[in-house]
Design a binder for this molecule. Structure first.
Ligand code: GAR
Length: 214
């Protein structure tokens, strides 16, 4: 497959964000937009947790946002809830869906609604340590290097083509919290960078490999 998602787009890339947590990644994207280093607009922020910090952050920036009930599933988005999420994102005009700490698996129907337009950020150097609390997995495993991956989402778990990775050394003094904090510093660089490349039409996918046409 070869893909240049938005060739020559001069209009801001319209981004929909899904999150479950505090929303620092969404914040880093909005900060880059406000700083003029990312030509984009967040058109919709949706959370599957009623009082998620990501919603407070969105409100502070006057971004359209809502809690959408993900019931009945605990770890995936499927059925009527999935339809509600898709419809809300489409009505907001989202061209790209950014999973920013969204702790649920999105399934085929969702991916078909936004083909090659769903990105995820994962707090590890994939394919190492997929799943949850990856920074703790890295520490417990004894890895010397941890990091962050931004990737296209495919039907697997944390398995899609990789756009950007940034490494973080693991220190002897690290706790899970200290390592996650340093990984997050790199996450906040990696996500805006990936979106900058995507919006500028500079990404090309061939098989699993994503090339940058700078
Ligand atoms: C981030 O560290 C992100 O990489 C991770 O959740 C955190 C969300 O932080 N995502 C996953 O673990 C997905 N498997 P945030 O709410 O402050 O952006």
């Amino acid at each position: 497959m070869s893909l240049i998602p938005f060739p020559g787009q001069s209009e801001p890339l319209r981004i929909g964000v899904l999150g479950s947590g505090s929303g620092t990644n969404m914040q880093s994207i909005q900060d880059a937009i406000e700083a003029g280093t990312l030509n984009a607009r967040i058109v919709c922020v949706l959370a599957d947790v009623p009082n998620a910090g990501i919603l407070d952050r969105a409100r502070r920036h006057n971004l359209p946002c809502a809690y959408l009930d993900p019931a009945p599933w605990k770890t995936k988005l499927e059925g009527p809830a999935e339809e509600r999420y898709i419809q809300t994102l489409q009505e907001a005009g989202a061209q790209v869906v950014v999973l920013a700490g969204f702790m649920r698996i999105v399934k085929a129907r969702f991916l078909e609604a936004f083909p090659n337009r769903v990105l995820n950020i994962h707090p590890a150097l994939l394919p190492a340590f997929p799943g949850v609390a990856s920074w703790k997995q890295a520490l417990d495993y004894g890895a010397k290097v941890a990091g962050v991956t931004v990737h296209f989402v495919d039907a697997g778990t944390d398995s899609g083509p990789i756009i950007v990775q940034r490494a973080v050394p693991v220190l002897d003094t690290d706790t899970p919290e200290s390592l996650h904090a340093r990984i997050q510093v790199e996450e906040h660089i990696a996500y805006p960078e990936a979106l900058r490349l995507l919006g500028a039409g500079k990404l090309r996918i061939e098989g699993r490999r994503v090339f940058r046409n700078d």
